[in-house]
Design a protein around this ligand. Structure first.
Ligand code: ADP
Length: 228
């Protein structure tokens, strides 16, 4: 669960990126965050991830109060999140299997657990047959599915996808959205930041729209009157 209560963020430069933002994404929900470039979407992701602190307001992420969170607790809070990026961010010199396994090795997961979870995650994203390939032997859509498997493998409570289809053609983009929907239906909360209006409209999910650091609409079913 993510809750923002009257959150404002002013960067040192003086730019006010968020202005009194409040919203809650409940456990099990899938929501889109949309808005023009510079509206504050990345700032929201950085705040959730604990990369930056709000100037005022309160942020709760999966039971952690980020306002009072100790620095040493940030890694534990982050383990409740799986993050997916537009540019996939795979390790180019590791196989698909090792890219996913690496996410478990860095947190010291037992070998037996890794041997169970990695094949499960690869099966979930439909890449069982690609386990021994290198990332550059995969299409963009397949690479993003590896990134999704990696984000999922440690069983986070929430997946945050930052423009996950920004580098993909429309057919692959639909596949990725459907996969995120499937992951949500299996119980993981999902938040997707995207510009893809047609895709968002086709999904009939909650859409939170932000403009100039303020939430301008929040409801189910599409972009509403919002236009870029
Ligand atoms: P979006 O992700 O919707 O494009 P951002 O959250 O990146 O929007 O940016 C919101 C505003 O904050 C913009 O005016 C941007 O220039 C500014 N901004 C973002 N990051 C920083 C930063 N690290 N320092 C100063 N200003 C920033």
């Amino acid at each position: 669960m993510v809750r923002f209560l009257d959150v404002s963020k002013e960067y040192k430069s003086g730019t006010r990126a968020l202005n009194g933002v409040s919203f809650t994404i409940s456990d099990g929900e899938m929501a889109f965050l949309v808005g023009p470039s510079g509206s504050g979407k990345s700032t929201i992701i950085r705040l959730i991830n604990g990369e930056t602190k709000p100037t005022s307001g309160k942020i709760m992420v999966n039971g952690y109060n980020l306002t009072s969170l100790r620095r040493s607790d940030i890694p534990y809070m982050r383990r409740t999140l799986g993050v997916i990026f537009q540019d996939f961010r795979l390790l180019e010199k590791k196989t698909v299997y090792d890219n996913v396994a690496f996410a478990m090795r860095v947190i010291g997961a037992p070998r037996r657990h890794i041997a169970e979870r990695v094949p499960y995650a690869l099966e979930l994203v439909g890449l069982t047959d690609c386990a021994s390939r290198m990332p550059d032997e995969l299409s963009g859509g397949e690479q993003q599915r590896v990134a999704i498997a990696r984000a999922l493998v440690n069983s986070p409570r929430m997946i945050i996808a930052d423009e996950p289809t920004g580098n993909l053609d429309p057919a692959r983009s639909v596949d990725i959205m459907r996969l995120l929907e499937k992951i949500n239906s299996l119980g993981t909360t999902v938040m997707v930041v995207t510009h893809e209006k047609a895709l968002v409209d086709s999904m009939s999910k909650r859409v939170i729209a932000i403009d100039s650091g303020c939430i301008v609409s929040d409801g189910t079913g599409g972009y509403f009157g919002y236009e870029e």
